[in-house]
Design a protein around this ligand. Structure first.
Ligand SMILES: [Zn+2]
Length: 218
């Protein structure tokens, strides 16, 4: 199953990969950056590029599909549905993180996607380990549901909710794969430094306040 993003870099071709899981990297395609909310999947071409960056499509296949899907009305319809679905996924992930039950409606939606868009899976050797990965490549836009639905099914069933977390400083979600399980933010570059600077300023303000209080007492 396409569980972990295939590349460890944070940004690939303009897309964020901090989730450690395909389902979360998909969820993170609408981050809030310094300049405000940013839709990383504004059109079908961007979607195809994201599918390559996330390892779902090979670049060769993407070149063929990009030309085919660009002016296909059903590709734009699919993208609109996918982006609406992303918000329902967000709600399910937030519930999972809060240890609340995922809604029956969302489970039914995933099961329906798995039924209508079944994907091939295959064993792949990863070093000494064997992993299940999505093995079918999309031909039609709707085929993209298969790897997405498989990844989400795996996220909701195979991942400990305690390891599923939202960044403390932004709306990005990630699977904490650190040894200690103490990861707090999406990435050191995006939010880690921001939090550290804020904590430092807070400490400085508190120190100034207590100095003033001391002076007022004497
Ligand atoms: Zn963040």
């Amino acid at each position: 199953m396409p569980v972990a993003s295939k590349a460890p870099e944070e940004w690939i071709d303009g897309f964020l990969f901090v989730g450690n899981h395909l389902a979360l990297d998909f969820l993170n395609t609408r981050p809030i950056l310094a300049e405000g909310p940013k839709e990383l999947l504004p059109d079908v071409e961007a979607l195809v590029r994201w599918l390559v960056a996330s390892g779902v499509l090979t670049p060769q296949k993407a070149r063929i599909l990009s030309g085919k899907w660009r002016d296909m009305p059903q590709a734009s319809v699919f993208l609109r549905q996918l982006l609406k679905f992303r918000e329902r996924l967000r709600a399910a992930v937030i519930r999972q993180e809060a240890r609340l039950a995922v809604s029956d409606a969302f489970i039914a939606e995933i099961n329906s996607l798995l039924k209508h868009h079944p994907g091939l899976i295959a064993l792949q050797r990863k070093g000494k380990k064997l992993e299940l990965e999505a093995a079918s490549e999309p031909e039609e836009p709707n085929d993209v549901w298969a790897p997405i639905a498989i990844a989400i099914a795996e996220l909701l069933s195979g991942v400990s909710p305690g390891r599923l977390r939202k960044c403390e400083a932004c709306i990005l979600h990630f699977l904490d794969t650190s040894k200690k399980g103490s990861r707090r933010w999406c990435s050191m570059n995006i939010c880690g430094n921001k939090i550290k600077v804020a904590a430092y300023q807070q400490r400085k303000r508190a120190a100034r306040k207590s100095q003033r209080a001391k002076r007022n007492r004497t």
